[in-house]
Write a protein that binds this ligand. Structure first.
Ligand code: NIG
Ligand code: FE
Length: 414
């Protein structure tokens, strides 16, 4: 199947170099091409160029007229919890009435509330609910997504979640990566016995997950009131024995030591980072660990935002992700996430778009195939209405500008 897109006002996010990530001052550069066409074949980008140079005999099975709109690489969302049962708007009300995220968790709300609901929900129903969210994010421009377990908190329910993620992977054209997050919170049956729960994660859950080949990555919520650095390191090492690369929730609630632990354990990414000091930034310099910022969670919880400017000034690359989950970020809208990064963290639109595409792909180990408009990469992109500038996409942050979505070289219409 050959696809030809003509009359593109501007192709945005071209990268001819094939680099895995973009860092420091380079984050503010976004390569573009005006008055362009793009061709895809067998799901991959095969060529693009200027309309003036479009070969007269260019043929395709499907020709799309972009009508002067812009073409962007699909967003990559490297951190979500989008498989969950029901919703938690009661906690939304609790927050409005002044309770903190930790207070809600202490009262049995939060993650344990989602675990109870997930336990009472069939695998089929869980899949159905999650698929609605997957279709929603695809329509909003996301083409690759990481999804975590972590609302099971028993071996059986963690496996149920991961099986749902695998089924999603098999049924959608988005690229999906699965992360085992058994250490998201201590399961109810282990209340007051955190050490025994960590044993369960390492000695029972991880081997079972590995036996079924259900996860690519292992994650731990390393933060005040959740898991310690020592517990985190133990779980990551247990995961590494099964070939699972580490990703960490770190420094959301406190300066947890999770960033340094993640770097030392060769984590693919450390995520959240609302509380970062000079030592955390220094630890990331020269490492391959991608700092991943989740401004949607800071926005929803009314927390301070990660110091993106300091991180970029220190030469780091940063990624953006949605954290789509029922408790701290009930939205998977990556365009909104990028807008928040510009509005609240003073990232330029170019930096935010690089962070939400190539760097977020890198945080899933996917930048060889996703995250930029590059010949040979998977043809995941979206077309916008005609816009006065690239910046307009993040500036006019609620205008429905995304008109058509293409995944693996085919239009996504579901
Ligand atoms: O990434 N921080 C930990 N976990 C999620 C929130 C999960 C929840 O509240 O359900 C997060 O923000
Ligand atoms: Fe999260």
């Amino acid at each position: 199947m050959k696809l030809l897109v003509k009359n593109i006002g501007t192709i945005v996010g071209i990268d001819a170099s094939g680099r895995a990530r973009v860092s420091g001052a380079d984050m503010d550069r976004l390569e573009t091409l005006d008055d362009a066409w793009l061709a895809a074949e067998e799901g991959r980008i095969v060529a693009f160029g200027r309309m003036a140079d479009l070969p007269a005999d260019a043929a395709a099975d499907e020709t799309v007229d972009a009508e002067g709109g812009m073409l962007f690489p699909s967003f990559c969302d490297s951190h979500t919890h989008l498989v969950y049962a029901g919703s938690r708007e009661q906690e939304f009300l609790d927050k409005i009435h002044g309770l903190s995220y930790e207070e809600i968790a202490r009262r049995g709300g939060g993650i344990l509330n989602s675990a109870d609901r997930l336990h009472a929900t069939s695998e089929e129903e869980l899949y159905r609910q999650a698929m609605e969210r997957v279709r929603e994010i695809a329509r909003m421009g996301t083409g690759a997504v990481e999804i975590k377990s972590g609302y099971g908190l028993t071996t059986e329910d963690e496996l149920k979640m991961l099986r749902v993620i695998c089924r999603i992977r098999e049924t959608v054209p988005l690229e999906v990566r699965a992360t085992f997050l058994g250490a998201h919170a201590v399961g109810r049956a282990y209340a007051g016995r955190q050490a025994a729960y960590v044993d369960l994660v390492c000695d029972e859950m991880l081997p079972a997950v590995a036996r079924e080949g259900l996860a690519d990555f292992v994650d731990v919520f390393c933060d005040r009131g959740f898991f310690t650095v020592d517990e985190t390191v133990r779980i990551l090492r247990a995961g590494a024995k099964y070939g699972l690369r580490a990703k960490i929730h770190a420094n959301e609630l406190d300066v947890s030591g999770g960033v340094q632990a993640g770097v030392a354990e060769g984590a693919l990414s450390v995520d959240h980072l609302e509380r970062m000091g000079a030592a955390e930034i220094a630890a990331l310099q020269g490492s391959e660990t991608m700092p991943t910022l989740l401004p949607g969670a800071a926005f929803f919880l009314g927390m301070s935002y990660p110091p993106a400017r300091d991180m970029i000034a220190a030469g780091l690359g940063v990624a953006l992700a949605s954290d789509y989950n029922p408790g701290s970020s009930p939205s998977g809208n990556m365009r909104m996430v990028a807008s928040l990064a510009s509005i609240r963290m003073r990232m330029t639109p170019a930096e935010a778009l690089n962070a939400a595409t190539l760097n977020s792909a890198c945080a899933m180990g996917l930048s060889c195939d996703f995250g930029s408009i590059t010949v040979g990469k998977v043809a995941n992109f979206f077309l916008t209405a005609p816009m006065p500038s690239v910046e307009f996409l993040l500036y006019a942050y609620t205008t429905p500008l995304i008109r058509r979505v293409f995944l693996r070289g085919r239009e996504f219409t579901a």
